[in-house]
Design a binder for this molecule. Structure first.
Ligand SMILES: Cc1cc2nc3c(=O)[nH]c(=O)nc-3n(C[C@H](O)[C@H](O)[C@H](O)COP(=O)(O)OP(=O)(O)OC[C@H]3O[C@@H](n4cnc5c(N)ncnc54)[C@H](O)[C@@H]3O)c2cc1C
Length: 490
């Protein structure tokens, strides 16, 4: 049977969901097809015994972009409740040094200056500059299409251009941080933000140092029920706006005639629409759904972002020295990232991130126990022997955590599950298991991301972390806004 649809969205990741809300609210008939049995893509949740785990993202910034969806639909954003966090991050170093960062940027400056003898004035001025850079850049390079020059012209462009010298365009993130801070530990702390879009701090442009603004000046947020609340909330908004969802249905091709999109084919049927949005990774969209179309090879062949190995551990003990977000640093950041991007291996002393939502979300772990989400940045899948890589990594991780926390961790593990580059690729259809599409490992990376629309096939649009403006939940939500606005105004 021929079925006519107005807008078809391939994938119900956070970007696909947000686009569906915006378009349905604007009066379009929207149909979302999702290969998995659940909405939210990487923002999903699983129970292991008595423990609950968010499977993907754990750090939420840019909550104003979720609020925008509530406001658009006339819903009260106060209903999207947050946990009241008192801390931001706890940092641990191999030599025993510990830093506790609160959710207040002034206290963070105090902590870094007292424990790392960093100059308070330099820290404060750096944070102010990152704030200024973010405010100047976001309205242009994050909230607008970089590929529609006319939409950029205006007062914000002038404001952004006036600050040009402050972006340190010729420098990398690390070069700017190393020049600014005295203590190599402070440099390490600020370099770490490159991993927030899967990049190498010694190659990513200094402009990306403004990511630290969102975490240090503003603070990360945790929804009251954990990260899964983001999916639950936006999915509920979409249903209320009349969006239709087909789960367990895999789109197998995007159809077009005379340079114009006509619909999609799935494993179950053919569907017609004059607008199609792909929320799949852009590279797999071209490879799997548009094999005969002209491919933007220069963009698709850019270096991919990093991937990750995540151990989900139900831990039969509570650790008061740990908070929601904890980082156990490597001694050598350059070696760690060289290993990920050049050698395509996980180094023998990786930075380990431990996220514990049960510190704030009641019911995520039984009383006196904790749900540990233990993430290590890794290379993409290029055919490594992951079975043995992961066995080695598990040993290294347990040894490092046990030494620093002064407690043998392995006997405390009651439940275990593992996510790794191959499962990221197969579960979410991301090229080589990369988490954010292309990496930002060169000065022009922002210009080497795919646009939110196709220049070859009229009516075809793209949203999600693998296209403009890039990686992370806030940017994925903006990709949805840009693509939806293009459709609404077409
Ligand atoms: C371990 C991990 C940790 C992360 N941590 C953070 C973090 O702390 N903060 C942050 O902001 N971001 C983080 N990210 C990145 C984060 O997941 C993204 O920012 C965001 O969730 C991506 O949303 P998306 O809409 O781009 O894509 P996805 O969530 O990947 O959604 C794409 C959807 O398309 C579906 N699909 C694919 N192919 C087809 C097909 N052929 N037919 C139908 N459906 C299809 C997929 O099943 C999926 O549901 C993390 C990611 C991982 C894996």
């Amino acid at each position: 049977m021929r079925k006519k649809k107005d807008v078809i969205i391939i994938g119900s990741g956070v970007a696909g969901l947000a686009a569906s809300v915006r378009l349905a609210h604007a009066g379009h008939q929207v149909h979302v097809f999702e290969v998995n049995s659940f909405p939210g893509g990487k923002i999903n949740s699983k129970k292991l015994g008595e423990y609950r785990f968010d499977q993907g993202p754990s750090i939420l910034t840019g909550i104003e972009y979720i609020k925008e969806l509530y406001d658009l639909c006339g819903e009260d954003f106060l209903e999207f409740e947050f946990a009241e966090l008192t801390t931001s991050f706890n940092y641990f170093f191999n030599d025993g040094l510990r830093l506790n960062l609160s959710s207040d940027s002034k206290q963070i400056v105090e902590e870094l200056s007292s424990k790392l003898s960093e100059n308070k004035r330099v820290l404060t001025s750096h944070l102010r500059k990152m704030d200024g850079n973010y405010r100047a850049i976001a309205p242009l390079f994050i909230e607008k299409s970089l590929h529609k020059w006319r939409s950029l012209i205006g007062a914000p462009l002038l404001k952004a251009l006036i600050r040009l010298p402050k972006y340190k365009l010729s420098k990398t993130m690390h070069e700017q941080n190393a020049k600014r801070f005295d203590n190599p530990r402070t440099v390490q702390i600020f370099d770490r933000f490159a991993s927030y879009n899967g990049s190498h701090p010694y190659q990513a442009p200094a402009m990306l140092n403004m990511i630290s603004h969102l975490e240090i000046n503003v603070t990360p947020f945790l929804p009251k029920n954990g990260m899964i609340q983001i999916t639950d909330a936006i999915y509920a908004l979409a249903l209320k706006q009349g969006v239709k969802f087909n789960f367990n249905e895999k789109i197998t091709s995007i159809e077009s005639e005379n340079g114009k999109v006509t619909g999609v084919k799935s494993n179950l049927g053919t569907y017609y629409a004059d607008k199609v949005i792909s929320n799949m990774d852009v590279t797999t969209t071209y490879e799997q759904l548009l094999p005969n179309a002209v491919h933007p090879t220069k963009i698709l062949e850019q270096e991919k972002s990093s991937s990750a190995v995540v151990f989900y551990w139900g831990i039969n003990k509570s650790f008061p020295e740990l908070t929601l977000h904890n980082s156990f640093f490597t001694d050598n950041t350059k070696k760690e990232f060289d290993s990920i991007f050049n050698e395509k291996r996980i180094c023998d002393d990786p930075t380990i991130y431990v996220n514990i939502t049960s510190k704030y979300v009641e019911g995520d772990a039984p009383k006196g126990k904790e749900n540990w989400f233990v993430m290590i940045n890794s290379p993409i899948d290029v055919g490594q022997d992951w079975h043995s890589e992961i066995q080695i990594l598990r040993k290294i991780t347990l040894k490092k955590l046990s030494k620093i926390l002064g407690e043998d961790i392995e006997p405390l593990i009651e439940e275990e599950n593992i996510l790794e580059p191959r499962t990221i690729a197969s579960k979410y259809n991301g090229k080589f298991g990369s988490i954010y599409g292309n990496s930002s490992n060169n000065k022009f990376s922002a210009f080497h991301r795919h646009a939110n629309f196709s220049t070859k096939i009229n009516g075809l649009y793209f949203v999600g972390v693998s296209v403009h403006p890039g990686g992370g939940i806030p940017l994925a939500l903006n990709s949805a806004k840009i693509a939806s606005d293009l459709i609404i105004n077409s």
